[in-house]
Write a protein that binds this ligand. Structure first.
Ligand SMILES: Cc1ncc(COP(=O)(O)O)c(/C=N/[C@H](C(=O)O)[C@@H](O)C(C)C)c1O
Length: 411
């Protein structure tokens, strides 16, 4: 369960049996489709989730950047974000494993909402851990979780945000694992979580690959996605990772029938917040640009890249978008950046807010503030992205309207 130097299972002994059981179930049901598990997952994501989501040509953005820009509309998935792909997959897996209870953490509340919806859909009791700070700033999602029948446990410890919520959920799981499954919200945590969450989200990239060939007759020159923990990122990228053979040199004879590999560049856009400097004294980073400025360390059970002060203390991160506000990032994404397959990028709060307004006005789509970071990168770097660009719109922006109105007034 490692991705080069990253990944692994850095957890207390008490959790090892749970991880072993989960790894076994992951291999049988997800990798081998035992009992038609993946068939049922796909059928439910079609009928309940509303897949496939469109790959839509953005006419106004294509004019603006003088190239073909396509949007992958994960904002149209049931619940308003890509989160349901992973939440439904894990809740269904818990059912196949004979578990009777679902727990999860959430920050922005999208993952919590998706888990509550999936648990209601599959008739499983559900408890969500959410930092008190986030409960207060993401009220609409708290109401949605409760409306779907989930219990929302506000976590008061520390900064009462995502980090504490994950710790609290891990603690619950360690003592209730017999009958409980922990639905992790992103491609983070100990093996097999990062790989399993990626495989549930990979439906995004699989669909794009088919849709773009249908609409544009070839693979894209570049694919752009925002990155918090990295689940919509890995889901969008996974199908294209093998398309990295260096463009064939002119004199190289193309072997019989060997299809020239097209080169698809992959850009992971993180939150640049208000600055990229880490304040060692305060233990604060006014950003969440982990792939660009982080260093190696262990967080939530995996070796990955982290925002940490010199003494190894994990710092508080920041972003205008709750969903990207995370000091860690998935180990597989860290590995793909290390090996040069994925280009790490980041845009600041301002660029994200502008991306939010731009898509709303030019295309009639109000994107999540998280997804707005990918749109901000398109605005800043369109010329580097080639003639055919795909941008993942990971979610819709209804949940962010208040924040955006406040922030816009402030500026
Ligand atoms: C619409 C939307 N887009 C992107 C993200 C970033 O999460 P990844 O896709 O896992 O990088 C998020 C993350 N949301 C999580 C949540 O709702 O709980 C997040 O806050 C935490 C899992 C970090 C999101 O809501």
């Amino acid at each position: 369960g490692t991705f080069g130097d990253y990944g692994g299972q850095y957890v207390p002994e008490a959790l090892m049996p749970a991880l072993q059981e989960l790894e076994d179930a992951y291999e049988r049901y997800v990798l081998e489709n035992e009992d038609g598990f993946m068939d049922e997952f796909r059928e439910r994501m079609h009928d309940f989730g509303g897949r496939p989501t469109p790959l839509q040509r953005a006419d106004r953005l294509s004019d603006r950047y003088d190239r073909e820009v396509y949007l992958k509309r994960e904002d149209l998935l049931h619940g308003g974000a890509h989160k349901l792909n992973n939440a439904l997959g894990q809740v269904l897996l818990a059912k196949y494993m004979g578990k009777e209870r679902i727990i999860a953490e959430t920050g922005a509340g999208q993952h919590g909402t998706a888990t509550a919806m999936a648990a209601a859909h599959l008739d499983m009791p559900c408890e969500i851990y959410m930092g008190r700070t986030d409960v207060n700033r993401q009220r609409p999602n708290v109401y949605r979780m409760r409306m779907n029948g989930a219990e929302v446990n506000p976590v008061e410890a520390g900064s009462a945000t995502l980090k504490e919520a994950i710790n609290e959920t891990m603690r619950d799981w360690a003592t209730t694992v017999e009958r409980t499954h922990y639905v992790i919200g992103s491609v983070v945590g100990p093996h097999p979580f990062p790989q399993m969450v990626r495989d549930f989200q990979a439906v995004i990239g699989d669909e794009i690959r088919e849709q773009i060939r249908e609409k544009a007759g070839r693979l894209p020159d570049s694919v752009v996605a925002c990155a918090g923990g990295g689940s919509n990122t890995m889901g969008t990228f996974h199908a294209f990772v093998p398309d990295c053979a260096e463009p064939r040199s002119a004199d190289e004879s193309s072997g019989e029938g060997s299809e020239p590999r097209e080169h698809v560049d992959l850009y992971a856009v993180e939150a640049g917040g208000s600055s990229l400097e880490i304040d060692e004294e305060e233990g604060m980073a006014p950003n969440s640009a982990t792939l660009s400025t982080g260093t190696d360390g262990v967080l939530h059970g995996a070796m990955t890249k982290l925002l940490q002060a010199g003494d190894g203390q994990i710092v508080e991160s920041h972003s205008v978008s709750a969903g990207l506000d995370y000091a860690g990032v998935g180990p597989e994404l860290s590995h793909l950046v290390e090996t040069g397959r994925v280009t790490p990028a980041n845009v600041d709060d301002e660029a994200a807010l502008n991306g939010f307004h731009r898509l709303s006005r030019l295309e009639g789509i109000i994107p999540a503030l998280e997804s707005s970071h990918a749109l901000g990168y398109l605005e800043e770097s369109a010329d580097e992205l080639g003639d055919l660009v795909v941008v993942n719109v990971s979610g819709r922006g209804d949940k962010d309207l208040e924040t955006v109105l406040e922030e816009t007034e402030k500026r």
